[in-house]
Design a protein around this ligand. Structure first.
Ligand code: IMP
Ligand code: MG
Length: 187
């Protein structure tokens, strides 16, 4: 490498935590279960941009019953952990939810504040049913209890990036989910 070229990734990337294959296996398992549970029902999957991008795309294709998809975007207020859950919608859904079976799909649940807020918002739209599906559940730092119908993996208290998950908008395009280990001085 010469002095003008950048290394492919900064030194923050730690070891692979979940491989593409492990992720795909979990997605297939969840897709099969969801297909069984929602057969004959009007199913709409709702995701928050952007972290859920790859998970929801793969999950959709692992589902073998009719399904539609819609997206929300949110902005968070507040510098503290407690206020991080105070979010407002910056992009609303395109479809009404009343009378439909809604599955909220999320990449990772940490404190539970985001999911709690979104579930409350979705419930106000009077769906026939409302459940949550999450790829990664890190429950060590849970502040609000949330009911998760479908879980890909339980994970320990580590920060992860890749497969849609970011650190400051970077690393979403990694195929594996890897441990993020920033330089002490950079954090
Ligand atoms: P919660 O509101 O504390 O449950 O946080 C959930 C949100 O925080 C997720 O939608 C992610 O955007 C983000 N997040 C939490 N943990 C991680 C992580 O390990 N990597 C990337 N994003 C994360
Ligand atoms: Mg997210």
């Amino acid at each position: 490498m010469n002095s003008t070229s950048l290394p492919p990734w900064p030194g923050d990337i730690g070891p692979v935590f979940l491989t593409e294959e492990q992720i795909q296996q979990a997605v297939n398992r969840l897709g099969a279960q969801i297909s069984q549970d929602y057969a004959g029902k009007d199913l709409v999957m709702v995701g928050i941009l952007k972290g859920v991008l790859f998970f929801i795309a793969d999950l959709l294709r692992a589902i073998t019953v009719p399904v539609t998809v819609d997206f929300l975007a949110i902005a968070r207020y507040g510098p503290s952990e407690q206020t991080r859950g105070v979010v407002h919608l910056t992009k609303d859904l395109n479809e009404p939810l009343d009378g439909r079976h809604v599955l909220f799909v999320e990449d990772i649940i940490d404190t539970g504040l985001t999911t709690h807020f979104i579930m409350r918002t979705l419930r106000l739209r009077q769906p026939a049913s409302l459940k949550a599906c999450v790829l990664l559940n890190r429950n060590r730092r849970r502040i609000i209890d949330v009911d998760l119908a479908y879980v890909g993996f339980e994970i320990p208290d580590i920060y992860v990036v890749g497969y849609g998950l970011d650190f400051k908008e970077q690393y979403r395009n990694l195929r594996n989910i890897v441990k993020f280990e920033p330089d002490e001085t950079a954090r």
